[in-house]
Write a protein that binds this ligand. Structure first.
Ligand SMILES: *Cc1c(COP(=O)(O)O)cnc(C)c1O
Length: 350
């Protein structure tokens, strides 16, 4: 099979070991001679998968028992409303750094006051606002650590005294993070963790149960914590593959993953800066290691560039429909040689 360099923004490239383990489990799950698609989620073999998929997250981030890990459905988009449902009593503080944070803000507005404490909308979301201050009476501060569509990323964790909530969908486990600074982290799996259908939520128990509203059972984090992600049928296969990716992350080590991700990003951004045919819209210090957005100086050459990418087996570099240009997503499982293949094509457009 020809190797395709997969720069898709999501669903996206996964480690081969996770794909292979998924294929095996589809045929014969944990020696049961049954497909993972055919067994009860309450079988001891599957409960072991769910347990490990939760415990390995705590291990990777060195989290103690004040944190719970659950896998939910509905994507990161459902978290936009669940966060507000479960945490917003009087006021939520939000940082607006792009499409996904705007959507989180829109959902939260249905639940109470939303204070947008910082925004980069004024410059088309091409930078990360600094000096973020959440009012002390806010119930929480929400931000998006990596802006998948616009290609910017926080390279620091905002300092705050209120509970900190983060959408890490597109850069989770891509670099070292002090997860103990957060009270709630969520991530749709399909960017950097596994197949679509599972959403990882890590939450500090003591921030829950403080809102004065009835929360529908399925949307209450406490339901899923109490039932260990088995209140109803979990996304069985998706969680299985997420676990395989997490094992691969643990084996490589987050430090090494960060080193590799930095090398990949440096290779691509150096070419964007060197090559007069391309330019990057995002402020240099705020560029994303995961999703690099770039434009062509002469847009009439875009179709030619896309064709050249296709000929070089490079897939998924067309920019998001809302921003145009190009986007190369360099998630954990993408290798340096794939970035080199893209850079080689860019050089022919010098
Ligand atoms: C993709 C993405 C989402 C939306 O995820 P769904 O699982 O499709 O709902 C939210 N936030 C960020 C940062 C994303 O990259």
């Amino acid at each position: 099979m020809t190797k395709v360099h997969n720069f898709s923004a999501g669903p996206a490239v996964l480690p081969q070991s996770a794909i292979d383990a998924g294929i095996e489990a589809l045929k014969n799950f944990a020696g049961t001679n049954l497909s993972i698609l055919e067994v009860s989620h309450r079988s001891k073999e599957y409960v072991a998968v769910m347990d490990e998929a939760c415990s390995i997250v705590k291990e990777l981030w060195s989290l103690d028992d004040s944190y719970d890990v659950v896998y939910l459905q509905g994507g990161a988009s459902t978290q936009f409303l669940m966060v507000a449902y479960n945490l917003l009593n009087t006021k939520g503080a939000y940082v607006d750094t792009g499409t996904w944070s705007s959507k989180a803000i829109k959902e939260a507005q249905n639940f109470g006051e939303v204070d947008v404490v910082a925004s980069s909308k004024d410059k088309g979301y091409t930078y990360i606002p600094k000096d973020i201050v959440a009012p002390s009476d806010a119930d929480f501060l929400h931000y998006t650590s990596n802006n998948t569509i616009h290609g910017s990323q926080f390279h620091h964790i905002p300092e705050t005294n209120v509970p900190l909530v983060c959408d890490m969908s597109s850069d989770i486990f891509s670099r070292r993070v002090d997860a103990t600074k957060f009270d709630l982290i969520y991530a749709g799996a399909q960017k950097n963790l596994g197949p679509a259908g599972a959403t990882l939520v890590v939450v500090k128990k003591d921030i829950l149960g403080k809102v004065n509203r009835v929360i529908p059972t399925m949307l209450d984090y406490r339901t899923h914590i109490e039932k260990e992600s088995m209140f109803n049928t979990p996304p069985v296969f998706a969680v299985f593959v997420v676990l395989q990716t997490l094992k691969w992350i643990k084996e490589r080590g987050i430090d090494q993953i960060e080193v590799d991700n930095k090398a990949k990003a440096a290779l691509l951004y150096d070419e964007i800066d060197r090559n007069a045919a391309f330019n990057g819209p995002v402020s240099k210090e705020d560029r994303s290691m995961m999703n690099a957005t770039f434009l062509m100086t002469d847009p009439s050459r875009e179709a030619d560039f896309l064709n050249a990418c296709k000929e070089a087996n490079i897939s998924g570099v067309k920019g998001h429909r809302s921003v145009g240009g190009f986007r190369a997503s360099m998630y954990n499982a993408l290798t340096l040689d794939s970035v080199q293949a893209l850079v080689d094509v860019m050089k022919t457009f010098n």
